[in-house]
Design a protein around this ligand. Structure first.
Ligand SMILES: Nc1ncnc2c1ncn2[C@@H]1O[C@H](COP(=O)(O)OP(=O)(O)OP(=O)(O)O)[C@@H](O)[C@H]1O
Length: 272
C-alpha cells in the first residue's frame, strides 16, 4: 500500500485523467424517476461541488455511483472501468480506491476512532495489528485530530471531530477519490471553514480527487474548483463559481445570487 507521504500532487497532465464518468444515468424508485439523462465527469485532482434543491437526487446519484442503489440506464465508469461490467477482482480494486464520508459521519458508535479507521483496513487488507495501529494513527494525524482522540468513542467527540474522524476512515486505504456527502452540515462556520481547508490541503498534497455534495455556499466558493448543479433530473449547469454567478437558470440564480449569497457578500463577484 502506498503511504500518504509517497503520493505526489496532481500535475496538469493528471488533471486530464477522468476518474469518474457518468453517462445518461437513469434511476427510478417505482414510478418516481429521480435521475434521467444525467451525465458528469470528474477529473483527477479536482474538487467538484455537487448542489441542487433538497430531494433533487444528489444522494441518490452518489449511491448509484457506489452501486448502493440500482440504475435503470446509463454507464458509470470509475478509473476507466465500467462498474456494471467489472469482474469481482476489478470491482475490489476499484472499491479500494474509493473513500466515502456519508452524511452524519456514520461512525460505529461502539468502536473508538482508531477502530473505526481500521474498519476498511480489516475489510480489504491483511495487515498485522501493530501496523494497522500505526497506519490508523497516521490518518488521525493527517486529518488534524490530536493523538488522544484515537482512543475516544464518537460520543466523546465534538461534531467537527466526528467529521474529521469519518474523513480519516474514508482515507484509510489511501483512496484516489473521496465522496463527501454534506461534510460541513451541522458544523459552526469556523469548523466548517477548517474542514474545507483540510480537504483542499489533502487534494494539494495527496492529489486526492473530491466529489462533495454540499449546501454550504462557503465550501462552494472557497474549496471547489468546479460546481455541478442537479436539476430537472440531470446536471443542469456545470462550471466555475464565476459561471454560476453569471447563470440565468432560475434555481442557480436564486441560489448563488439570492439573499444568503448576498449576506456572504458573494454576489458582488457577479458584477462584471
Ligand atoms: N431508497 C429509496 N427508495 C425510494 N425513494 C428514494 C430512495 N432514496 C431516495 N429516494 C427519493 O429520491 C429523491 C431524491 O432523494 P435524495 O436523498 O437523493 O435527495 P437529495 O438531493 O440528496 O436531498 P437533500 O439535499 O435533502 O439531502 C427523494 O424524493 C427521495 O425520497
Amino acid at each position: 500500500m502506498q503511504s500518504v507521504q509517497e503520493q505526489a500532487p496532481p500535475t496538469a497532465e493528471d488533471r486530464d485523467e477522468i476518474v469518474l464518468s457518468a453517462r445518461d444515468i437513469k434511476v427510478a424508485f417505482g414510478d418516481q424517476v429521480v435521475l434521467d439523462g444525467l451525465s458528469l465527469d470528474i477529473h483527477r485532482g479536482e474538487i467538484l461541488g455537487f448542489v441542487g434543491a433538497s430531494g433533487a437526487g444528489k444522494s441518490v446519484l452518489l449511491r448509484a455511483v457506489l452501486e448502493l442503489v440500482p440504475k435503470q440506464g446509463g454507464t458509470i465508469k470509475l478509473f476507466g472501468t465500467d462498474v456494471s461490467e467489472a469482474s469481482d477482482a476489478e470491482r475490489l480494486r476499484i472499491d479500494m480506491r474509493l473513500g466515502v464520508l456519508f452524511q452524519q459521519g456514520a461512525l460505529f458508535s461502539a468502536l473508538t476512532v482508531m477502530e473505526n479507521v481500521q474498519v476498511p483496513m480489516r475489510e480489504y487488507l491483511d495487515l498485522p495489528g501493530k501496523l494497522m495501529d500505526e497506519l490508523a494513527m497516521l490518518k488521525v494525524e493527517l486529518v488534524g485530530l490530536p493523538p488522544e482522540a484515537a482512543r475516544k468513542y464518537p460520543s466523546e467527540l465534538s461534531g467537527g471531530m466526528i467529521k474529521r474522524a469519518a474523513l480519516a476512515r474514508a482515507l484509510a486505504l489511501d483512496p484516489d477519490i473521496v465522496f463527501l456527502d454534506e461534510p460541513t452540515s451541522g458544523l459552526d462556520p469556523i469548523s466548517a471553514a477548517e474542514f474545507d481547508e483540510l480537504v483542499v490541503k489533502l487534494r494539494d498534497t495527496m492529489g486526492l480527487t473530491v466529489y462533495m455534495v454540499t449546501h454550504d455556499l462557503d465550501s462552494l466558493f472557497t474549496a471547489c474548483d468546479r460546481i455541478a448543479v442537479l436539476g430537472k433530473k440531470r446536471v443542469l449547469v456545470e462550471g466555475t463559481v464565476d459561471d454560476m454567478l453569471k447563470s440565468e437558470e432560475p434555481w442557480v440564480k436564486a441560489y448563488f445570487r439570492g439573499k444568503r449569497a448576498r449576506q456572504l457578500d458573494l454576489a458582488t463577484r457577479a458584477q462584471p
